[in-house]
Design a protein around this ligand. Structure first.
Ligand SMILES: C[S@@+](CC[C@H](N)C(=O)[O-])C[C@H]1O[C@@H](n2cnc3c(N)ncnc32)[C@H](O)[C@@H]1O
Length: 366
């Protein structure tokens, strides 16, 4: 039996514990977390399943080797000793990305080139800057780590969203925020500023147990270790009878996108969308559940001043009409969160979202 792999799940710093919990729930052997990642142990089938089944991981890397390297000749020599044929094939071009930090090897392009040549020569593959199969070389304090990116395109690209509105939430982040807000798949979810529908669609998929990676391709399909016969990628959903995932937005174009995206994701029968401003929002069903929203937050779309009125109106609507619902608000600005007048618990950690630091603010049932 081949020795177990060290599998590294990349995640937005601050959300490691949530991804760790998801990985444990889904039966992976979790070794621990570091900033920006969760480490698992397993075999190649675990790598494939981490890509297809985990909702919160940004990408999945396999650690191939770790060794000290203080000069390029040493890096070259060590890289040439690696069993590249176990991982790569001649017919799949490779690209190498390298970073160097606090190390004697400081020229990242030269480091990338050495590893690329070692791997390319070993298997007869070409080196191509546009290749999807990527090796990642990190040299930090003279310790070189070489990893293989097994995902290819980042995992939030589930290949269902055909249309996006302004400032969409990435699916991976939406899944982690839903989890952090206590969503377990069983309660209604409503996003009254839903944009392209990310939260209701992600919640509906979670509720019926759909594989997030059921409709896309992955880099690992090009690896020497890949066995298509043993790879499970399916579109099987549990029967969810209740359409209890809802979104509304004042922008009719956004609502059209949400409907299209829900249809592509195969959850159109579970998610209802309608066009209306926040001032007209009412509970979409009798059973209270979770309101989750990332309202506009100035830094990315527009300017902050008019947003105080919007947040105040959101808070007023929640307090007046949404008794029994929990509210989860994602915003970059504590002042805007306070403007809602909602009783939030201490906010979650700051998360980088396209250069803006956002946090999750949550209430108990109102
Ligand atoms: C940051 S975007 C939400 C993105 C969404 N979560 C997604 O993933 O696509 C904010 C949304 O709030 C909507 N919005 C702004 N003001 C609104 C209002 N007064 N009533 C309802 N929706 C509003 C915008 O049209 C926009 O789609």
């Amino acid at each position: 039996m081949s020795s177990p792999l060290s599998i590294f799940l990349v995640v937005q710093p601050g959300l490691e514990p949530i991804l760790e919990a998801e990985a444990r729930d889904k039966g992976f052997e979790v070794i621990g977390s570091t900033k920006g990642g969760v480490t698992l142990r397993g075999g190649w089938p675990d790598v494939w399943r981490a890509n297809t089944d985990l909702r919160g991981a940004t990408r999945v890397l396999v650690r191939l080797a770790e060794f000290p390297a203080v000069h390029l000749a040493q890096l070259d020599k060590r890289a040439r000793k690696l069993p590249w044929r176990d991982w790569l094939t001649a017919d799949c071009p490779i690209r190498v990305d390298a970073t160097c930090r606090k190390s004697k090897i400081y020229h990242h392009r030269a480091a990338a080139e050495r590893v690329a040549r070692a791997a390319g020569d070993a298997v007869g593959a070409t080196i191509d800057r546009d290749a999807t199969l990527t090796l990642k070389v990190r040299i930090e304090e003279n310790l070189c780590t070489i990893s293989l990116d097994t995902s290819g395109e980042a995992l939030h690209k589930r290949n269902h969203k055909v249309q996006v509105n302004k400032a969409p939430m990435r699916e991976t982040l939406a899944a982690l925020f839903l989890h952090a807000a206590g969503f377990d798949g069983s309660e209604p979810v409503y996003d009254p500023m839903c944009g392209s529908g990310t939260f209701p669609i992600e919640a509906a998929e979670i509720a019926c147990g759909l594989q997030p990676g059921r409709s896309r391709r992955f880099s690992f399909e090009n690896f020497a270790s890949f066995d298509r016969g043993a790879f499970v990628q399916n579109n099987i959903a549990a029967r969810e009878k209740q359409p209890h995932f809802y979104g509304s937005d004042r922008d009719t174009g956004a609502i059209a996108m949400s409907k299209m995206n829900a249809d592509r994701a195969g959850v159109a029968h579970l998610a209802c969308f309608d066009a209306k401003p926040i001032s007209d929002a009412v509970p979409p069903c009798d059973r209270p559940g979770l309101v989750i929203v990332n309202a506009p937050y100035g830094g990315r779309i527009g300017n902050k001043k008019p947003l105080y009125g919007l947040y105040a109106s959101f808070g007023q609507v929640m307090r007046a009409r949404f008794g029994g619902w929990r509210v989860a608000l994602i915003t970059s600005d504590a002042g805007l969160a306070k403007t809602t007048g909602l009783s939030f618990a201490a906010p979650g950690p700051q998360i980088d979202h396209g250069g803006i630091r956002i946090r999750l603010w949550q209430t108990a049932p109102i």
